[in-house]
Design a protein around this ligand. Structure first.
Ligand SMILES: NC(=O)N[C@@H](CC(=O)O)C(=O)O
Ligand SMILES: [Zn+2]
Ligand SMILES: [Zn+2]
Length: 346
């Protein structure tokens, strides 16, 4: 029996498109299915100013296939030198939708990030005033804190005090990976939401470590135990407007992944929607997929949901390429570890 579902065209509220040859290769992968994506600014050097965001947006537009309706939404990389006026101007004229906070050293290309949150308080206060969202990579960087605890400790030691100090600041806690984060978000009544990635709905830490080390499943924040994956699935399928899709699709070449110190990041742009349909169907919640992929995100960002529609059709297993060729070398496509039956129709 064929089964199908129509959705407003999904948006990806956390995406890494990179630059140069990598951008050229991966941009079409997102443009194929998604209407919009919030593009992360962690290039080297970072996309830190309005002028840099405009230039990066131009490079992305140039990398998109002819006739695509895909529209990148830009973010500014928060540094201790960020100028509140530049941020406010970028927000006012539509250059940037949000600002991204990386604790310095927390993840890929975060060296220019924030060491002392007090130094960026004037920027945050200004953002609170104008309603501009702050997206946060929510992990502490203290080497004494166990890597599996860094998100939970960040929530308690950094996020809670920040929310107390800047109650009007609108925050997205990015790529949440723990039950702790899900419970925290659910307890809040306003000004906060969370993105959930495709891969964190599918893998737990066994995927990375059991039976041999699997660099393709290594990302930050690192996947946690099964109990946490289950909590993320419950949040995603609940329809709760505070949770929405941010794939965190993060391409690294195979050469950079498979080495003694491999890069963090999982590339899911190509098969995300097939993976999500499979998960929501298995939970008996296909009816909530559109809220997660297409409604809750624009609602938080105060944008209209897409008017365009896509159709997902269930049939024989769909095959996706195992890797994407790029000018810098191949990038491995996420393997969910189970067959995918849902394909996206134009
Ligand atoms: N998620 C990752 O493991 N990597 C991301 C950075 C990030 O989102 O933290 C990247 O840019 O490669
Ligand atoms: Zn991150
Ligand atoms: Zn990311």
């Amino acid at each position: 029996m064929t089964k199908e579902i129509t959705l407003r065209r999904p948006d990806d509220w956390h995406l890494h498109l990179r630059d140069g040859a990598m951008l050229t290769a991966v941009a079409p992968e997102s443009a194929r299915h998604f209407g919009r994506a919030l593009v992360m600014p962690n290039l080297v050097p970072p996309v830190a100013t309005a002028a840099q965001a405009r230039a990066y947006r131009e490079r992305i537009m140039a990398a998109l296939p002819e006739g695509t309706s895909f529209r990148p939404q830009m973010t500014l990389y928060l540094t201790e030198e960020t100028d509140p006026d530049d941020v406010a101007a970028a927000h006012a004229d539509g250059t940037a939708l949000a600002v991204k906070l990386y604790p310095a050293g927390a993840t890929t290309n975060s060296a220019s990030g924030v060491r002392d949150i007090e130094k960026v308080r004037p920027v945050l206060a200004r953002m609170a005033e104008i309603g501009m969202p702050l997206c946060i990579h929510g992990e502490v960087t203290d080497s004494a804190i166990d890597i599996f605890d860094r998100e939970a400790v960040f929530i308690d030691k950094v996020l809670k005090p920040l929310r107390k100090a800047e109650g009007d600041l609108r925050i997205v806690l990015e790529h949440v990976t723990t039950e702790h984060a899900v419970d925290y978000i659910r307890d809040q009544t306003k000004n906060i939401a969370a993105t959930i990635t495709t891969h964190h709905l599918i893998i737990n830490r066994n995927h990375i470590l059991a039976g041999g080390i699997r660099p393709d499943y290594y990302c930050l924040p690192v996947a946690k135990r099964e109990q946490h994956r289950v909590a993320l699935v419950q949040a995603a399928i609940s329809g709760d407007a505070r949770f929405f899709l941010g794939t965190d699709s993060a391409p690294h070449t195979a050469a950079n992944k498979y080495q003694s110190c491999g890069c963090a990041g999982i590339f899911t742009a190509t098969n995300t929607l097939s993976c999500l349909a499979e998960i929501f169907e298995a939970a008996g919640k296909l009816g909530k997929l559109e809220a997660f992929t297409s409604l809750n995100g624009p609602r938080f960002y105060r944008l209209d949901p897409s008017e365009d529609r896509i159709r997902l059709v269930k049939g024989e297993p769909v095959s996706y390429p195992a890797e994407i060729a790029t000018g810098e070398g191949p990038v491995t496509v996420f393997d969910p570890g189970f067959p995918l039956h849902w394909r996206v129709e134009a």
